[in-house]
Design a protein around this ligand. Structure first.
Ligand SMILES: [Fe+2]
Length: 387
């Protein structure tokens, strides 16, 4: 038996229902958990898109009472989690359902932690800090990227400190994830691009993570194949449900991979950026990805070669330096092809911000599984390149 396979591995996942229209079944699952009253967490954009209405209709059809909570910002905040927990308690809820992108889903996970423990969400930063099980949690993602609906991660924004913090625990994996590609039809092209690249970054970081293994690699590679092969076409044909389904499936597999293999420097750096400037998560990752890949390549050249081959790059006869160059060019070309032209500089990041950003990136749990051990100075250089 090889050294790799003799190591202990674990793999956690929610019960997953995948397929067009599955959101309409939410009440069946709520009923399984003995739902008396559901706290339905979402945000105003998702309400306007009509997806909350579908969930309400499903609950009403089975006479399940609910209370709607939509005070969630694009980067969910400590106060929003705490207020949601108060609503949960005051309304006598016993099940949580969230429908939306990463923000409502992370907020819902946070609410579950707070109502279970009766303490501030700030006290649960870090790895394995959860002691009491959260109420039953059903998540319905409406973007194909974040994978909060399958992951062990919660990311909350602390506006006082201007930073995001991570909670990593298998206790925040939801009980059920209803992954319905139809809900991604209302994403605009820019959101589709940012979330799609975020999902691709999940797959890349999971595949080269020091926590990768035989249970996560197949998901990471299949996610790369699906997203790399279909994202450009999907953005050109936003109403094509078959393409939406392929990207949603890719996103889900990337989520299963990274939830269990953890991530790397792209996410450590983008969490720091998102907390400091309140920038969208997918945008931060997309601005950073090729710079971190170039930085990391020599720490895991054989694995990056597999990634290059999965992207269709013909590596025969190429040196690792050449493969690295082709891989970086491929990522830049993919970003352009989906209409992404942002840089950190254009988003208002300045050189003087880099020390603060780098200090916080070094404190993020995702930096620990980055394939190349990184000093604060390394992180500063990579931020500088991405400006
Ligand atoms: Fe991400």
């Amino acid at each position: 038996m090889s050294h790799d396979l003799s190591q202990l591995r674990k793999f956690v996942s929610p019960e997953i229902i995948f397929g067009a229209g599955c959101r309409h079944n939410v009440a069946n699952y709520a009923k399984t958990f003995g739902a008396r009253k559901v706290l339905l967490v979402s945000d105003p954009g998702v309400v306007a898109a009509g997806w909350v209405g579908d969930v309400e209709a499903s609950l009403q059809a089975q006479d399940i009472d609910y209370s709607l909570y939509t005070q969630v910002s694009p980067n969910p905040r400590v106060e929003e989690v705490m207020l949601g927990a108060e609503v949960y308690r005051n309304e006598g809820c016993n099940v949580i359902v969230a429908v939306g992108g990463g923000s409502p889903m992370d907020c819902a996970k946070g609410i579950g932690i707070v109502v279970a423990h009766g303490r501030s969400i700030l006290e649960f930063e870090g790895v394995d800090t959860i002691r009491v099980p959260s109420p039953p949690l059903i998540l319905i993602p409406t973007t194909a990227g974040t994978s909060a609906d399958v992951s062990q991660f919660v990311i909350i924004s602390n506006q006082v400190e201007r930073m995001k913090f991570s909670i990593v625990s298998k206790a925040v994996v939801p009980d059920v994830s209803l992954i319905d590609p139809e809900t991604t039809l209302t994403m605009d092209p820019f959101l589709s691009a940012c979330t799609g690249i975020d999902a691709l970054v999940h797959a890349i970081e999971a595949f080269v993570s020091t926590g990768h293994g035989p249970l996560t690699d197949p998901h990471a590679l299949e996610a790369m194949r699906l997203i790399n092969g279909n994202l450009v076409e999907m953005i050109a044909n936003p109403a094509d449900i078959v393409l939406r389904e392929k990207i949603m499936l890719g996103s889900m597999q990337a989520g299963l991979a990274f939830s269990n293999a953890i991530l790397g420097a792209v996410h450590a750096m983008s969490h720091s950026l998102g907390g400091f400037l309140d920038l969208p998560h997918g945008l931060c990752n997309a601005a950073l990805v090729e710079h971190v890949v170039a930085f990391n390549y020599n720490a895991a050249p054989e694995r990056f070669k597999v990634i290059a081959e999965t992207f269709g790059i013909d590596c025969r006869g190429l040196s690792h330096n050449q493969i690295r160059q082709r891989l970086v060019e491929h990522l830049i070309a993919l970003k352009r092809a989906v209409g992404f032209h942002e840089t950190l500089g254009r988003q208002g990041v300045g050189i003087s911000d880099i020390p603060f950003l780098s200090r916080h990136a070094m404190e993020d749990p995702c930096i620990l599984t980055n394939p190349r051990e990184s000093s604060q100075r390394d992180v500063e250089v990579v931020y500088g390149e991405a400006l």
